[in-house]
Design a protein around this ligand. Structure first.
Ligand code: ADP
Length: 531
């Protein structure tokens, strides 16, 4: 009698320890292993197996085994198929199970003779079956089925929890993947405005690495240079946002794109962002998170700016030559004046020059619109002589300016290239006229060529004002004129280099520029393939 009581106490302690282990384990795979091993040990069995009901179907799947070598597991499948569990049958040895087990034991050479089968139910729902096997002449302990029954109930709850946890975990992974892959920027802040999540798109927009900003405050990262809406997030919070009813706020403005500490300067690249902040509140109306959805409006802003620039540039640039032409023509027409042939000639030359200027401007505008419309096609001729074009262009500009000197430096064996002659002339025109325009007063301008095995290069070097480092990236953009006093004083549309680059790239070439070593000025160089 005492021995029986002892065993019961031991069993109860064992059950308690196991149930603690079960509640702590959230990994379904590990949990099933613990359950099965405990079940087998509890009734002194030899081996065991757990079959789980497949979600969304009535079939079972072997989810864990104990004491069965992996290569023999398939033999046990007949035990889980076609033997529906009936409530209340766990105490009886089901003859069909015993019969199938013996057959399996014979095939697998395992000597198993008896089986217990217990349901794992949660609520009224059957979620799985635990099988425990006995071998040879051993018998299950007395009361084995009852013991296992209460254990199986606990195990069922643990399995259900682990599955829920798994589902939540999967759901979280899925949401995280959506968030990370979203084309919009997404950021999650805690109530003290520290950044908790910062997705890939947002990193690309702002230049910040997620790992560097997690834990930083919102203001350190979204540090507006200008805000176009009434207030930013910090202002809104200072004014009591979010009020009950939890509404979103929208903030739009410009900020500095983060590069690295050294090149971080107030004149670096600005990006325009539109951010919608939505508060997440708990049941007590306390804010738990702020979800920020970020749109990159930079291109939209740039387009808008371009439109404005386009209109002001074009009207200004068209007006100047037109008013000069009109002024000269009006003067020449005066009935009362008797103009000397020299004055007449000089005035007509100015009219002609300004008309040329207008034509060049209109050509540039047409080319730009062809590029935009995708109808920009090269008219290729076989033998384009770049040194000759260089000489012609230098001669033409040389006659218009007095204080600049020109040097031409092409090797004698400089080969002819294939290309669109008219457009290559335009490239030289643009580069040489820039070299003159941006070396105010005087200076030396060198147009030189180099021959390489697969390509040739042409450089136009000036001794002018140079190009500041932080402006480098926008020099070839449409309508971009650098923000220095000179480009405000000189005429120009900011189209020249944009078209030059498009023309060179259409020839499979490249164009770049560099500061001159040891002296002021800039050298623009382009390459063109020899074939
Ligand atoms: P623009 O019609 O204004 O000359 P470009 O596209 O040819 O337009 O040039 C764009 C801007 O690049 C110019 O406004 C000027 O600020 C700068 N730039 C071009 N060439 C030079 C140069 N050789 N030296 C210094 N700045 C230059």
């Amino acid at each position: 009698m005492k021995a029986l009581v002892d065993t019961r106490i031991l069993q109860r302690e064992y059950l308690l320890a196991i149930s603690r282990a079960l509640t702590a384990e959230l990994d379904l795979h590990d949990l099933l292993r613990i359950i099965l091993r405990a079940a087998v040990e509890l009734v002194s069995g030899r081996a065991g197996m757990i079959a789980l009901v497949e979600p969304d179907s009535e079939t079972f799947r072997v989810a864990a085994v104990y004491g069965i070598p992996p290569h023999l597991v398939d033999h046990f499948a007949p035990l889980v198929h076609g033997l529906p569990y009936e409530e209340g049958t766990e105490n009886e040895a089901i003859p069909e199970i015993t019969r199938r087990l013996k057959e399996i034991a014979r095939k697998a050479d395992m000597g198993l003779t008896q089986a217990l089968r217990l349901p794992m139910t949660s609520g009224n729902q059957l979620i799985g079956l635990i099988y425990v096997f006995q071998s040879g002449n051993y018998y299950f302990v007395e009361d084995a089925a009852r013991l296992l029954r209460s254990f199986a109930e606990q195990a069922a709850i643990a399995v259900r929890n682990a599955r829920l946890y798994q589902q939540v975990h999967q759901e979280k992974q899925r949401l995280y993947a959506i968030l990370e892959q979203s084309a919009d920027g997404v950021m999650i802040l805690d109530p003290s405005l520290r950044i908790k999540v910062f997705n890939k798109s947002l990193s690309q927009m702002t230049g910040w690495n997620a790992t560097d900003v997690i834990g930083q405050t919102h203001h350190d990262v979204i540090n507006w240079v200008t805000v176009r809406t009434d207030s930013d997030l910090e202002d809104a919070i200072a004014n009591g946002w979010p009020l009950p009813g939890a509404t979103q706020i929208y903030v739009e403005g410009d900020l500095q794109r983060f590069t690295d500490q050294e090149s971080q300067s107030k004149t670096g690249q600005l990006i325009s962002l539109g951010i919608t902040y939505a508060p997440l509140v708990d049941e007590n109306d306390q804010m738990t998170d702020i979800i920020a959805n970020v749109r990159d409006l930079t291109r939209y802003r740039e387009e808008e700016q371009l439109q404005k620039t386009f209109i002001s540039v074009v009207s200004h640039e068209l007006k100047t030559p037109v008013s000069i032409i009109k002024g000269y023509a009006g003067t020449l027409r005066r009935q009362d004046a008797n103009w000397s042939p020299e004055v007449l000639d000089e005035s007509l030359a100015v009219i002609e020059e300004e008309a040329d200027h207008l034509t060049a401007l209109i050509d540039n505008l047409l080319e730009a619109s062809r590029l935009q419309a995708g109808t920009f096609n090269l008219e290729i001729s076989e033998e384009v002589l770049l040194p000759k074009i260089a000489a012609d262009v230098v001669r033409k500009f040389g006659s218009q300016v007095q204080d600049h000197t020109f040097i031409l430096d092409f090797p004698a064996d400089f080969p002819a290239v294939m290309g669109d002659e008219r457009r290559l002339i335009q490239v030289f025109n643009n580069l040489v006229s820039n070299a003159i325009k941006y070396s105010p007063g005087k200076g030396e301008i060198t147009v030189s060529g180099d021959v390489h095995s697969d390509y040739v290069t042409v450089s136009v070097a000036d001794e002018g004002i140079g190009i500041p480092d932080h402006e480098k990236y926008r020099i070839f953009q449409k309508f971009s004129r650098l923000d220095n006093a000179l480009s405000r004083k000189t005429e120009g549309t900011g189209l020249g280099l944009f078209l030059t680059k498009a023309i060179i790239e259409a020839h499979d070439g490249r164009i770049w520029f560099s500061a001159n070593e040891g002296k002021p000025g800039t050298t623009f160089t382009f390459s063109i393939p020899r074939d």
